[in-house]
Design a protein around this ligand. Structure first.
Ligand code: FAD
Length: 331
């Protein structure tokens, strides 16, 4: 691990000031530290080499969960365990509690935070290998494109084929969440569908629109009739702990047996959590019968363009969509 300066701000403004520093390179610049469950691993293998760590954990007020008529507000330092165990979240936003529960191990969930989960770096093994300077680390090639790509993107990939690793992101996107961010020029509120970036959008070395000196302070999920019928299904290779090979976040609103509104977001298959509006639209006005579920799942993966070794993800994700819709719809 490269030597770094350790700082302990007690306010968000102080933290932002400590993050404002050159160089602009994401892998070298000062970084905010939350639970450290991702950042420290990238530092240990030199994937990131921040000159300074800005510890967020001494900033008061960033670890609260508030649930009221306007919806759910989650402080960035809320741990995955706190989210998963919150009675109101379990009752009114079940998909979110399920997603939190699906992450890693109890020990990692006790330390890992919601903000850190959204901002964690990709898990592609080429990206994580110290010796490999791939496209995402400033090199000229995405080695996954023609190499060992069984875990990589089947949708929205190119020229980099990472998948976004966050399990919370698909559900939060399905539920229309926004993130509040503080930076050198003040506060901004970003809808989650404008937060994550494809490799072709913006800076290929980043996965979201945050600037170096910006920190997430909270995540807001609006109250919505969709939330109570939300669910998250994840397929992982190791049952004990693993990242999603594919996942589906689904939320539906029913009138009787008919779908009035639906949200479907795929995880583990694209460089960003991947919403599928065509499948959502197809469902409106229909009953969640087996043929409808199968057709919606087919539409959801219609844009898939698998690489040489990951075509298996297509039927896997289709199955997750079908089962998640059935579960959310109670059929
Ligand atoms: C063995 C293992 C298994 C895992 N399995 C899963 C899994 O199944 N699913 C999953 O989703 N994740 C998984 N993770 C990834 C991750 O550790 C957790 O999801 C966790 O939530 C990360 O949160 P953290 O607070 O520890 O983040 P940190 O490591 O502190 O930070 C992660 C990144 O986010 C940035 N950051 C942190 N907070 C903020 C903020 N407020 N504003 C801006 N940037 C910020 C940091 O600078 C850093 O770049 C796993 C990790 C490990 C080690």
């Amino acid at each position: 691990m490269k030597a770094f300066e350790w700082t302990n701000p007690t306010t968000v403004n102080e933290a932002v000031k400590m993050l404002v520093a050159s160089p602009g390179d994401i892998d070298e610049a000062p970084r905010p530290l939350a639970g450290g469950q991702d950042l420290l691993t990238t530092m240990k293998d030199y994937t990131s080499r921040p000159t300074r760590l800005v510890n967020l954990k001494n900033i008061r007020g960033l670890n609260k969960i508030t649930l009221n008529a306007r919806g759910l507000t989650i402080g960035t330092l809320v741990t995955l365990t706190e989210l998963e165990e919150h009675a109101g979240v379990r009752k009114s936003f079940p998909g979110l509690a399920e997603a939190a529960n699906s992450i890693a191990t109890p020990q990692i969930r006790n330390l890992g935070t919601v903000g850190g989960n959204l901002c964690q770096r990709p898990r592609c093994w080429y990206f994580r290998l110290e010796e490999v300077i791939c496209l995402k680390k400033g090199g000229s090639e995405c080695y996954a494109a023609s190499g060992e790509n069984k875990y990589n993107a089947i949708i929205g990939g190119g020229p980099s084929y990472i998948v976004h690793p966050s399990d919370l992101a698909p559900v939060l996107l399905a539920l229309g969440a926004t993130v509040t961010v503080m930076g050198a020029t003040g506060k901004r509120v970003i809808p989650l569908d404008k937060f994550f970036t494809l490799p072709t959008e913006g800076d290929i070395r980043r996965e979201n629109v945050l600037k170096n000196e910006e920190i997430i302070t909270e995540i807001h999920v609006p109250a919505s009739p969709l939330a109570a019928r939300s669910t998250y299904l994840k397929f992982k290779e190791r049952e004990s702990l693993d990242f999603a090979i594919a996942s589906a976040a689904v939320a539906v609103r029913l009138a009787g047996r008919m779908v009035q509104d639906a949200r479907i977001v795929l995880g583990g298959v694209a460089p960003v959590p991947w919403r599928v509006p065509a499948a959502e639209k197809f469902l409106v006005g229909k009953e969640l019968k087996p043929d409808v579920l199968a057709e919606a799942a087919k539409i959801a993966l219609a844009d898939a363009q698998p690489l040489e070794k990951n075509a298996y993800k297509v039927p896997l994700a289709q199955t997750l969509v079908r089962r998640a819709l059935a579960k959310a719809g109670g059929v």
